[in-house]
Design a protein around this ligand. Structure first.
Ligand SMILES: Nc1ncnc2c1ncn2[C@@H]1O[C@H](COP(=O)(O)OP(=O)(O)OP(=O)(O)O)[C@@H](O)[C@H]1O
Length: 253
């Protein structure tokens, strides 16, 4: 089966620094894939390249057979990649449900003039979006908090809401940047269940960056290890985590 995400020879420099060099990965549909490596190895830069925040100096990114290299972030999102951030980036002053509805705007369209004049199509779309957003909130057990301000949710729930908003854009590939950052062990365990659940019930393909090795070994099927911007090794999780090179790279932090 062709890979959902196929990356070849991806690279970028910042001034003299080669932040990512000759990066490649092949991720199959439905896979739970991990990108790991010591601090500053280039993991977030890979996400920024995949999502069009940075334009690659070289390389090709193919999503579901479509070359998305060099497209803008919004175009890449429409092509099917959504992400969450290392430091949660919600619309904190909006309600929980409005955060999810913001994600839905990719697929529900009414003309601005219909919105201004409150024409029937506007109400129809708004109703459909509210229903869809509530469905997603139920999946993440956030429906009771639909009208809360996002800023007032506890940390673990903010993470869930960020994932719900990303899923609202109906991606083919979901990128999670350190989803367990700042979580206590119980929240991390719950997050692992949530990620597995998202993969299974949305038939989602997930690429995640994570430092928490319990999470990585618990849910990732394959891994790529980055070190100083280059691939140190990649393959099945068990094999990679027992690779002496990987252990040395982490101990050398
Ligand atoms: N916009 C930028 N301008 C200059 N240097 C950058 C930029 N973005 C990242 N870098 C550098 O690229 C390197 C890789 O950074 P990156 O944030 O991708 O690492 P990381 O593996 O995600 O690290 P961490 O685990 O600490 O989040 C670092 O040396 C960083 O300082």
């Amino acid at each position: 089966m062709a890979a959902l995400l196929e990356v070849k020879n991806l690279g970028i420099s910042f001034g003299g620094l080669r932040a990512v060099d000759d990066f490649e990965v092949s991720i199959k549909k439905g896979q739970l894939y991990g990108l790991i490596g010591p601090n500053g190895a280039g993991k977030t830069t890979v996400f920024n390249l995949l999502t069009g925040v940075y334009k690659p100096s070289e390389g090709i990114i193919t999503l579901d057979g479509v070359n998305i290299t060099g497209l803008k972030t919004i175009e890449i999102n429409k092509a099917g990649i959504a992400r969450t951030f290392q430091n949660i980036r919600l619309f904190k002053e909006l309600s929980v449900i409005d955060n999810v509805k913001a994600g839905l705007h990719n697929h529900y369209k009414y003309a601005t003039i219909e919105g201004i004049l409150r024409l029937p199509n506007y109400f129809k779309m708004e109703k459909a979006m509210t229903e869809k957003a509530m469905e997603l909130l139920k999946v993440f057990e956030l429906e009771k908090e639909a009208d809360y301000l996002a800023a007032n949710l506890p940390y673990g729930k903010q993470r869930k809401l960020e994932i719900a908003r990303a899923l609202a854009t109906e991606p083919k590939l979901l990128l999670l940047d350190e989803p367990a950052a700042g979580m206590n062990p119980n929240e991390t365990m719950e997050l692992m269940d949530t990620i597995r659940f998202v993969r299974d019930s949305f038939d989602m393909t997930i690429l995640l960056i994570e430092h928490d090795m319990k999470l990585v070994s618990g849910i990732c099927e394959e891994l790529t290890v980055l070190n100083f911007g280059r691939i140190l090794t990649q393959g099945a999780t068990g094999t990679v985590l027992n690779d002496p090179q990987v252990i040395t790279a982490y101990l050398g932090e």
